[in-house]
Design a protein around this ligand. Structure first.
Ligand SMILES: *Cc1c(COP(=O)(O)O)cnc(C)c1O
Length: 378
């Protein structure tokens, strides 16, 4: 078995794996399951400080993004797509698929959005039904200040959809105080359950907007309104993947018990970044570093594929490279959820030290030793 240090999926704790193996009931008709599902949603609402409603959808993280766009978009709607990363830009496809007209607000992929500039833009054009923004754009590791962006959009009467699939549980998210309308999360990132589930949190405002549509939502599976009355009606739009949800419930309890979870992510991430700088390597982004993933430019003398292969073959560790416009340019260490622990990150950096040395790439300092020093000093 490999040690998973990728930018998601992350490691899964044994109690989550065991929870997935318990005997199952019929989730369509057993009231106990509906109560259990609701209890997890209640906890998710508490964790994100959400006075709206959380739902768990049976489908991979992408389903949440698509469901948000499917449920809000009507033909001809103008949608502001905040694009400073690969996932950021990707929202335009969902908007288009459901008949909307995306406006790409593009900005440097190495920097978080500048709030003053965005405000300037909105002064001139704010005629958008909603906007999409990514919290942590995982392919680059860029973190956007959703706590500033979403309230600004709200000032201009624009609803927002936030993809925090790779941010939440490793970075703070405050749904109510950040004026978020639809928040998307996935099971397989910092929550550390296996892939397969999407969580969405929906504000009352966003729910009203869906209810007030003139046209029907052009999807069944990605229609968030179909979940609205599941609890009153004791009915789900499709059979819930009960074993996945049992695992998710345990992962949520693990997070609730882990009072230091955000501090731990920060401490590990900061020490990792310091080690990268000491070694004379470059992070891809210049500010706006996510505490869930560190994205390092591939230095001269080695390729991303060679690095991944080396740490996999010799150390049994899986890390990520990237794709799209970042293909070949960077490697990524995921320190999210269960993978955000001192021993595993240190071992990953040792493996990288070895990979670089083997290919004759000279570092200014040893990554693992620097990491250890910065970690213990902090
Ligand atoms: C992982 C991730 C998703 C979910 O999509 P995948 O199918 O796992 O690629 C969505 N958004 C972001 C920012 C992610 O990191």
């Amino acid at each position: 078995m490999y040690k998973i240090m990728t930018a998601g999926p992350s490691q899964v704790r044994e109690n989550v794996r065991l929870a997935r193996s318990v005997e199952t009931t019929n989730p369509d008709i057993d009231i106990e399951f509906i109560e259990y599902y609701k209890s997890i949603c209640d906890k998710l609402e508490g964790l994100m400080n959400c006075s709206g409603t959380a739902y768990i959808l049976g489908g991979e993280g992408i389903l949440g993004l698509e469901a948000a766009c499917a449920s809000l978009t009507e033909a001809g709607d103008r949608v502001l797509v905040l694009d400073n990363g690969i996932f950021g830009k990707g929202f335009a496809d969902f908007v288009t698929l459901y008949g909307g007209s995306p406006y790409l607000y593009a900005s440097d992929y190495r920097e978080p959005f500048d709030i003053a500039k965005l405000k300037n833009f909105l002064e001139k054009d704010s005629d958008f039904k909603y906007a999409t923004v990514v919290h942590c754009d995982t392919p680059s590791g860029l973190l956007n200040p959703i706590d500033e962006i979403c309230p600004l959009l709200a000032e201009y009467g624009i609803l927002n959809v936030v993809d925090s699939v790779a941010g939440m549980f490793g970075e703070p998210v405050d749904f109510d105080n950040s004026c978020i309308d639809i928040l998307c999360g996935g099971s397989q990132k910092a929550l550390s359950a296996p892939p397969g589930l999407t969580m969405v949190w929906v504000s009352d405002k966003a729910m009203k907007s869906m209810e007030n549509r003139k046209t029907r939502i052009a999807s069944f599976y990605a229609n968030l309104l179909t979940f609205k009355t599941y609890y009153e009606d004791k009915w789900f739009p499709y059979t819930m993947p009960i074993s996945d949800i049992n695992g998710l419930g345990q992962a949520v309890d693990n997070v609730l018990e882990d009072k230091e979870i955000l501090q731990r992510h920060a401490k590990i991430a900061i020490a990792t970044r310091e080690a990268v700088l000491d070694a004379g390597l470059q992070m891809y982004v210049r500010g706006g570093y996510s505490n869930t993933v560190t994205v390092i430019e591939v230095p001269e003398g080695i390729t991303d594929v060679e690095i991944l292969q080396f740490v996999k073959d010799k150390y049994n560790i899986l890390i990520s490279n990237s794709f799209d416009v970042l293909a070949g340019k960077v490697i990524r260490i995921g320190h999210m959820g269960e993978s955000s622990n001192y021993a595993d990150v240190k071992l990953t950096l040792e493996a990288l030290d070895d990979a670089f040395a083997s290919y004759g790439v000279k570092l200014k300092a040893n990554l693992a030793t620097s990491f250890e020093r910065h970690y213990t000093m902090s």
